[in-house]
Design a protein around this ligand. Structure first.
Ligand code: PLP
Length: 365
């Protein structure tokens, strides 16, 4: 009450991001063990054993501040991606880099364009700066409507957020469409291509976004160690962009964002190609299994380029699954009533999900 007239109105108007319910919380609520969480697109295989070993070793050094420039990780990633070290910016998850983009480029009166349904953090970081979030509906196939997004770009547009593959639909845009879009976008509009799930993408014409950065320097590609690399709990993500663009984000950031264990673990995870390949394979097989089994129940399942599936069920199924000890993401908040987003798990987890859905589906009136 004392502060209601002091807090910035655009902050007071925000609704906090709703994360997936933690498994421990549901276990406490239900008084059961063995809750299965398929709600936050985490890697069901866990982190690379090499990353775990690196974290163990790093534990001895946590009295030291981390390297604020992420030097070793920066060098390794620059070499891996074939980009300059100055093209990279690191953050405590790519979430932080979204925030840095907003902080650097958005002020009251500005606009930023994003699709909807898409990643729920975009409108939060945009509005958090007092700017206006312009949401453009996905097309009928739940794919980014790039023409409509272009039409939404105006004099006041400073940033466009494009999630590819898109969370929560799993759909993606191809190289040709994205390139056309990027070419048509005014040069001084920052294009953020959020590729949190890029490693899972299977379509052959998936865009080469780094080539796009070379052609259009006001482009920033966001990637993360939270998803396929299985390090969500450590919080490390990065952006690849034109050097001028990255230099502004570097000015806006805190000095020690990525923790010492996180830097070491990310570096180790990057080297474990086998874990990466296994994660990709388990995901592709799980996607095929779930598409087939849920489809056989008569449920509509969207084709996915990510590690989750958008499924049309019936209102109430997410809650019923909770009572079965399975956490999925209800999609009501995205305007997708009766839909859920399920993370693709291990074969055993996927089977448990299918059996629970079948029971609920067939047992229903
Ligand atoms: C998970 C996710 C992120 C953020 O992940 P971090 O853990 O902050 O790196 C960013 N964008 C999308 C679309 C995501 O799904």
């Amino acid at each position: 009450m004392k502060l209601a007239h002091r807090v910035k109105p655009h902050i007071a108007a925000l609704r906090p991001y709703e994360p997936g319910k933690p498994a421990e919380q549901l276990e406490r609520e239900l008084g059961i063990a063995g809750v299965l969480k398929l709600a936050s697109n985490e890697n069901p295989l866990g982190p690379s054993p090499r990353a775990v070993e690196a974290i163990r070793k790093a534990a001895e050094e946590v009295h030291l501040y981390p390297d604020g420039s992420c030097h070793a990780l920066r060098r390794a990633l620059a070499a891996r991606l074939g980009v300059s070290e100055r093209a990279l910016v690191f953050g405590t998850g790519s979430d932080e880099i979204l925030e840095l983009v907003a902080k650097s480029f958005l002020a009251p009166g500005d606009q930023a364009v994003h699709a909807w349904p898409s990643f729920a953090m975009y409108p939060i970081v945009i509005r958090g700066m007092g700017a206006e979030a312009v949401a453009v509906p996905l097309d009928a196939r739940a794919v980014h409507d790039l023409e409509a997004m272009l039409a939404a770009v105006g004099e006041r547009t400073r940033v466009v957020f494009l999630c590819n593959p898109n969370n929560p639909t799993g759909t993606s845009v191809g190289a040709e469409a994205l390139e056309r879009f990027a070419r048509a976008l005014p040069e001084d509009v920052v294009l953020v291509i959020d590729e949190a799930y890029v490693e899972y993408a299977r379509r052959p014409d998936f865009p080469d976004s780094l080539a796009l950065v070379r052609k259009r320097a006001s482009t920033l590609v966001l990637r993360t160690f939270s998803k396929i690399y299985g390090l969500a709990g450590l919080r490390v993500g990065y952006g690849i962009g034109g050097e001028e663009l990255v230099s502004y984000l570097e000015r806006a950031r805190h000095p020690f964002t990525v923790s010492l264990p996180a830097q070491r673990a990310a570096l180790a995870a990057l080297d474990d190609r086998e874990h990466l390949e296994r994660s990709r394979r388990v995901n592709a097989e799980g996607a095929a299994y779930l598409e087939r089994e849920l489809g056989a129940l008569g449920l509509e399942v969207w084709p996915t380029d990510a590690n989750f599936l958008l499924v049309r069920v019936r209102p109430g199924i997410a809650d019923a699954l909770l009572r079965e000890g399975i956490i999925v993401r209800p999609m009501e908040g995205f305007g997708l009533a009766g839909h859920i987003r399920v993370t693709i798990g291990t074969p055993e987890q996927n089977r448990r999900l299918v059996e629970a859905v079948r029971r609920l589906w067939e047992g229903a009136p």
